[in-house]
Design a protein around this ligand. Structure first.
Ligand code: NOJ
Length: 530
């Protein structure tokens, strides 16, 4: 089998770009499309196969682009429609696929659809959003909570009803039970697919359909006071409703009207529920994002257990995927520490399924502490001080040691990490032992190794701090052994032994392994077995 000739979103690695923070070309302190075009060669050297851009559409930026006011335009902050076409052409010219963010659950409150909808109770677009009468005492229709704090219902004085918003009040939810809404968003999808995009990552896809009767959500018996307030109620009736699968399948059919595209769903649910988003007979999302690694306790036993759970839950023929970081969660290098970030990289690139990498993780970017006066994230502003802020994982890409790390010639919209003079892409590119060099080697090895792409995942017994597994294809096997501790250890290798193909320290290549594999602290090793 020739890996390059297989389905790109199965064999390839996806790289998420948060456009505001990747590369600014016009000096306004905010990244843009022209900036991204200039950095594509970096991505091809890294070896990734597809880029996913967080939203680039016109937006008041209340939630930095996840509040869209025009689904088929480009926000001037990011560039022009011509810049977008240039990006598609440049990406494709460099054999990179381009995935856009589709945000169908809600629009901006400035979207013309919502302006019409709130215009009057009998406006033809009234039912495009979710309007409900107050309770007799004037209070909100039910107890549903906004993920960004407070009630999910906003009272509209002019028309005397509440509208529902799962996120900010500036992000009213569309009514996906209305066929006109579905049609309108499917047309948006076709618009971008015709423009050449290779697929979508669909924002909060499990939220699209809500309970038809708007029943109260049950109280969360395990709520703990240090957690964000919306966790006080469970989302039993406000998300993950059975009828949502019909919508996911419809979206998939739209994507499948075009050749070789992908539908990725953002789904934060336990794996047993998550896998439902592959759809009946795999008619749903190609890849419902698997975020299990984002919150798992970082130890060998827990990670081994969650891989097993996921592998067992996957429907027959479903293609797995793994995510280590994104624009909503703390940086992996801060979650697990710099030394373990290398182990995490090896895990991500050797598990079975499509890996998604978050910009900057390949250079070990850390969570940056944001001074109160520079906070941008609406979640942190609404729910301050308990650590929910997302700015720290969205800081500008650290390209080099020059001013503002080479990100902008202006004032960056978020502060840079103070380690950028030493920890940056340019310095790491010329250091053969850097984490960036490790990512390059891992991605390259994966690209050229059938076992890593198509091989079965065979867990080996996890002993102590070592997570070990085989990837087996056509009688050939690689052994992956990851030491989650800073202490040296060893593991027994059965059979004929083998030869080291790669270590997280980028040494020991070609070393013979037989009987026992020695592992240094924080070391991961890939052995090609005989
Ligand atoms: C999920 C996105 O990843 C997040 O950044 C955003 O705030 C919410 N959806 C609302 O769109």
């Amino acid at each position: 089998m020739n890996i390059a000739a297989t389905v790109w979103w199965q064999a390839g690695t996806i790289y998420q770009i948060y456009p505001r923070s990747f590369q600014d070309a016009n000096g306004d302190g905010i990244g843009d499309l022209t900036g991204i075009i200039g950095r594509l060669p970096y991505l091809t050297r890294l070896g990734v196969d597809a880029i996913w851009l967080s939203p680039i559409f016109p937006s008041p930026m209340a939630d930095f682009g996840y509040d869209i006011s025009d689904y088929i335009g480009i926000d001037p902050i990011f560039g022009t429609s011509a810049d977008f076409d240039a990006l598609v052409a440049a990406a494709h010219g460099q054999r990179l696929k381009l995935i856009l963010d589709l945000v169908p659950n809600h629009t901006s409150d400035q979207h013309p659809w919502f302006l019409e909808s709130r215009g009057s109770r009998d406006n033809p677009k009234r039912d495009w959003y979710i309007w409900r009468d107050p309770k007799p005492d004037g209070s909100a229709p039910n107890n549903w909570m906004s993920e960004f704090g407070g009630s999910a219902w906003q009272f509209d004085d002019a028309t005397g009803q509440y509208y529902y918003h799962a996120f900010l009040d500036k992000q009213p939810d569309l009514n996906w039970r209305n066929p006109e809404v579905r049609h309108a968003i499917y047309e948006v999808m076709r618009f971008w697919l015709r423009r050449g995009v290779d697929g979508f990552r669909v924002d909060v896809i499990w939220h699209l359909i809500k309970d038809g009767e708007f029943r109260d959500n049950p109280v969360n018996p395990n709520f703990n006071a240090g957690r964000p307030p919306h966790e006080a109620v469970l989302t039993l009736h406000s998300a993950d409703q059975p009828e949502v699968q019909e919508v996911v399948a419809e979206m998939r059919r739209v994507v499948d009207e075009f050749d070789d595209r992908v539908l990725i769903g953002e789904v934060y649910l336990p794996v047993e529920r998550l896998v439902a988003y592959y759809g009946k007979d795999l008619s749903g999302a190609n890849l419902p994002f698997n975020f299990a690694l984002l919150s798992a306790p970082w130890n060998a036993r827990e990670i081994a257990a969650l891989i097993d759970r996921y592998e067992q839950a996957l429907p027959l023929g479903a293609w797995p995927n793994w995510v280590l970081g994104n624009h909503d969660r703390p940086r992996v290098a801060s979650r697990v520490g710099a030394a373990q970030a290398r182990v995490a990289a090896m895990l991500l690139l050797t598990l079975r399924g499509t890996p998604t990498l978050y910009y900057g993780d390949e250079i070990g970017m850390r969570q940056v502490a944001i001074p109160a006066e520079r906070v941008q994230d609406p979640f942190e502003k609404n729910v301050p001080g308990i650590g929910v802020g997302r700015d720290g994982c969205r800081t500008p890409m650290q390209w080099g040691a020059t001013d503002n790390a080479g990100f902008t010639s202006g004032e960056p919209w978020l502060p840079l990490a103070d380690d950028f003079a030493t920890d940056n892409a340019a310095a790491f590119a010329s250091d053969p032992h850097s984490i960036l060099s490790l990512y390059v080697k891992l991605i390259d090895l994966r690209k050229h190794t059938l076992e890593l792409v198509f091989g079965d995942y065979v867990p080996l017994q996890t002993a102590g701090d070592v997570l070990a597994y085989l990837r087996v294809y056509d009688g050939r096997a690689l052994l992956v052994a990851l030491n989650f501790s800073s202490e040296a250890t060893s593991m027994h290798v059965e059979g004929e032994g083998g030869e080291i193909a790669l270590t997280t320290e980028l040494d020991r290549r070609g070393e013979n392994v037989s009987g026992v594999l020695e592992l240094r602290g924080n070391e991961g090793v890939i052995v090609r077995l005989r």
